[in-house]
Design a protein around this ligand. Sequence first.
Ligand SMILES: C[S@@+](CC[C@H](N)C(=O)[O-])C[C@H]1O[C@@H](n2cnc3c(N)ncnc32)[C@H](O)[C@@H]1O
Length: 253
Amino acid sequence: MNIEKSFLKWPGGKGRIIDKLLPHFPKDCQFIEPFVGAGNVFINVSAKSYILADINHDLINTYSWLKDDLAMLYNTTKELFDTENDFYDIRSQFNHPKFRETVKLAAQFIYLNRHGFNGMCRYNKKGEFNVPKGKHKNIYFPGAEMINFSNKLLYSDASLLCCDFTLTIGLAGAGSVIYCDPPYLTKHKDSFVGYTPSGFCYSDTELLADCLYDAVLRGATAIISNCDNSATRDIFHRFKLHSIDAMLNSKLN
Ligand SMILES: C[S@@+](CC[C@H](N)C(=O)[O-])C[C@H]1O[C@@H](n2cnc3c(N)ncnc32)[C@H](O)[C@@H]1O
């Protein structure tokens, strides 16, 4: 199986287990991803149309530029990678922009993703990106992956949304397939849920299960990834369980 890679590194990215996930997805449907993250599933799945959503505004801004003006984003990002820069200077500019939704911000987001520690994406309570500099000396410029992702966004019927999962799941109807890959509900207090300033807790996961169940009653198919423990088994007890062996961390995607 030819596995396409995202241009972003992402905590919990599903690139490594995509071959185990794909057989569970029906084809030729409307494919809805409320937690699209780095889009590792989107670039490998085949569907009639796609709704790609995430609550991370910086991520969806980057996807919008990839879709609307690849050349501009590619050149701005390449220049940033090719110039001698101080990581913390770029991070500070990114956290205090003069304008929102610019190509500069999208390029800085890719720069920080590749130059930051382990490709983490974490924000503090003030909404500031606070990942420290990574240790790698040779940083890969993901130009080929950006082009590939952009082509898929452009030439498939893909819509982008920046919103909470409840709104995205509300769009699903008969024939939709919803794939949810939310922040995992682990037993460990230090498990990674820092994608957003507010995190993702037990009640969010319960709400997700309820929204998905409502969508199933409307005729949609719902597929969810999560870690296997007593809490998730309890919350998702109305769904059929498939176990997959996966060691995921932000280094491995
Ligand atoms: C595990 S990652 C998804 C990874 C993706 N499947 C991949 O392979 O690249 C979870 C995503 O959920 C997003 N997220 C967190 N809370 C959310 C919410 N309330 N609504 C929508 N997205 C949310 C995060 O920004 C993050 O991108």
